[in-house]
Design a protein around this ligand. Sequence first.
Ligand SMILES: [Zn+2]
Length: 216
Amino acid sequence: MLLVVRGPARPLISVAFFATTMKTCWQCEEQIPADKVTCPLCGVQLDPPPYVVLSAPRNVPAWLPPDLATFFVEHEGCGMDDSSRGSFRLARLAELEHLTAKDIYVDSPAWKSFDSIAIGAGQYGDWICYVLNAPVASRGAIMAFGGGVAGPGGTGPDRIPGSLVLAPNFTSWLARLREDGWEEYGLTPGSICGLPEKREKILKQHFQSLNLGIGW
Ligand SMILES: [Zn+2]
């Protein structure tokens, strides 16, 4: 597949990165470049990545975990307020902040030392965060919190409703989203049933293995 090389008019886009990054069309399952917004085979509309590649690396705060730091050195998120996005938005570097138990309105003793970094938001205002310390998931896991999130998320006795583990780590989270055309089906589990059968099975197994109490 050939890519149209963009000139200096769009300095933030790195063609080299997108040329090696593919995603799966949710409708026809064709493998297509991740920056395509329309499937060349079936014509369905697809979301662009929720970030851009920076033209030059930048400095990031020392408090970021290594995998988040590596990403944000070279990429910028679309921003928490980008309403053109589908099921979720990725934070810009300047928007990364700690998210603790009081921010997600959890009052249980097991969650007292919960700490995370808010890295994104769902379309209905749910938080997406990078876990630093949680009673139901390992450090580095990606979790969603919010009234409409179909949980309970994670494993163990301290699972709470309105939460869901989306991925065991940041890198695999982005890889799965890329395959799904940047749609976070963990936030819209009802639409998993409309996917090709093979993908439906993979996604259900993925979420059930990370969230032992979910009923979907
Ligand atoms: Zn297609």
